[in-house]
Write a protein that binds this ligand. Structure first.
Ligand SMILES: [Cu+2]
Length: 187
């Protein structure tokens, strides 16, 4: 997906896009008009150039904003499932205990550095994409109040559980902070 840029390149990209756009805009107006037809033709041509530049500049700015979206993972940060144990057999309603190392928990919206909140991925094969908030559905449960455990209910059978930490805006860290995926058998 989007390769995170460091802040220097991100700023440079943004400024370049702005500068380039404003130069294109300047070119539209100082038209010398020998005749009305000539003027309209020139204007049309320059507007077209301006519009295509505006579209491209918008794209560049979008990329620079997107690239700024991922919060870098704190060094050594880890997340893990304390219980149940991998391979455990559990009742339909059971408690999952969450653990973290080298990162603190904070509610969603709290932008304190080196914090995040838990997301429980249930029967998820593909990790949530970088650069977008973690989905919020039955397979991606958010614990945006900085909870350290949850009581969940699953249908009988085998299920996989995995934790992923998200930042204040529910975005995966870069690189993603995910636990080992465990399998439980629900009675
Ligand atoms: Cu979240």
């Amino acid at each position: 997906m989007v390769t995170p840029l460091n802040s220097f390149y991100r700023d440079a990209l943004f400024r370049l896009a702005l500068l380039w756009l404003s130069r294109a805009f300047d070119n539209v107006w100082p038209l010398s008009c020998h005749s009305r037809a000539n003027f309209m033709e020139k204007l049309e041509k320059r507007m077209k150039t301006f519009m295509s530049r505006a579209a491209l500049a918008g794209l560049l700015m979008g990329v620079s904003v997107l690239a700024s979206a991922a919060t870098p993972a704190p060094k050594g940060a880890e997340v893990f499932i304390v219980s149940p144990a991998d391979g455990a057999t559990v009742a339909q309603t059971f408690t999952v205990n969450f653990g973290v190392k080298e990162i603190a928990l904070a509610p969603a919206g709290d932008v304190t550095k080196n914090t995040g909140h838990h997301h429980l991925l249930i029967d998820v094969d593909k990790l949530p994409a970088a650069g977008a908030p973690i989905p919020n559905d039955a397979n991606h449960m958010h614990f945006g109040k900085a909870q350290t455990h949850a009581e969940i209910k699953l249908a009988p059978g085998k299920h996989t559980l995995q934790l992923e930490l998200g930042d204040s805006g529910h975005m995966p860290f870069d690189p993603p902070i995910v636990s080992k995926k465990i399998t439980v058998t629900v009675k």
